[in-house]
Design a protein around this ligand. Structure first.
Ligand code: GLN
Length: 313
């Protein structure tokens, strides 16, 4: 419970940090050229309680692009504004079991019954955000990220430009979705907004605060702003649980039992409903595109603090 003592949380973070700080497994994402330049040694872990206490260790000031973790925030905003049923009908909420940028299932399922946490579904999700034009949609997306983090965030311009210059595959996914009438705004502009959304800079405390906002039923535990409703959170977390770590979502859930979301920038956030937001950051990724040290650190903390909801003893 959130009455867990301060000492145990600090000890769990420190133990995980020390255990993995020298681990060099995996490598930075490099399909977005700018991400290859991020210092690979960086490592940070942050836990925020559902009542807003912050525990952290490592490179906690390091800023990096949020990448796919933004897909959760945009999804939550869409559920809040358009309803859970609209997401289910217009995009889908079924795991694909495919690479995050795969086109295979989009073709097979004609753009339906995928999910908003893989690229094709995420670009459609961005296109669904309410607003009459690019600027209005972008403003809403930036604002909801700020609200979840509880502070004003900014776009990492070099990362945005780097990805915008190399995102032909995402443009193709948007066109393919459009061919099945599964885009809800201009496809090219939607990809551009999506690319900018993925380039929002965060530190690990921001990610843990976003996760803690989800853990706290949609109210930011520090600013106290009601960002989304508890019902929206109840529909967002299951999509994270089933689709949050791409084609390794099943492995993650099997081992940890918690909804989480990764990004190719090296961040991962996990949610313990009612109790904690946990985030970790390290740029080196495994084959699926998930941070190696972040996965290990979060897993250890969950085990140490006994946070797997399926483990009843
Ligand atoms: N912006 C990245 C992309 O679209 C996000 C992918 C990710 O974090 N897995 O390829």
């Amino acid at each position: 419970t959130s009455t867990m003592d301060k000492g145990s949380i600090e000890a769990a973070i420190t133990e995980a940090y020390n255990k993995y700080k020298d681990l060099k497994e995996g490598k930075n994402a490099d399909y977005i050229p700018e991400l290859a330049k991020v210092p690979s040694e960086q490592f940070a872990i942050v836990v925020v309680t559902a009542d807003g206490q912050v525990y952290s260790k490592g490179d906690i000031d390091a800023l990096y692009s949020i990448q796919s973790i933004s897909k959760v925030i945009t999804l939550a905003k869409n559920i809040e504004d358009s309803g859970a049923k609209a997401i289910q009908d217009k995009i889908g909420v079924d795991p694909t079991g495919q690479k995050f940028n795969s086109a295979v299932l989009v073709e097979e399922r004609k753009g339906m019954e995928i999910n908003p946490l893989v690229n094709a579904g995420a670009i459609a999700s961005t296109s669904m955000i309410k607003g009459n034009n690019y600027e209005e949609k972008w403003k809403t997306i930036m604002q909801i990220h700020n609200d979840f983090a509880g502070r004003q965030l900014a776009v990492n311009d070099p990362v945005y430009k780097s990805e915008a210059a190399t995102n032909q595959h995402n443009q193709a996914l948007a066109s393919l979705m459009n061919s099945f009438e599964r885009m809800y705004f201009d496809p090219a502009q939607s990809v551009d907004i999506y690319t900018k959304q993925c380039a929002i800079n965060v530190n690990t405390k921001d990610l843990a605060m976003m996760a803690a906002t989800l853990a706290n039923g949609g109210t930011n535990p520090v600013t106290k702003k009601k960002v989304v409703s508890p019902q929206t959170v109840a529909h967002t977390l299951p999509v994270m649980a089933t689709c949050g770590l791409y084609d390794d979502s099943g492995i993650w859930f099997y081992n940890v039992g918690l909804p989480a979301k990764s990004g190719v920038g090296g961040g991962i956030m996990a949610v313990v409903p009612g109790q904690y937001g946990i985030a970790a950051f390290s740029p080196r990724l495994d084959e699926a595109g998930n941070s190696v040290r972040a996965q290990k650190a979060i897993t250890d903390i969950v085990n140490k603090l006994n946070l797997n909801p399926y483990l009843v003893q």
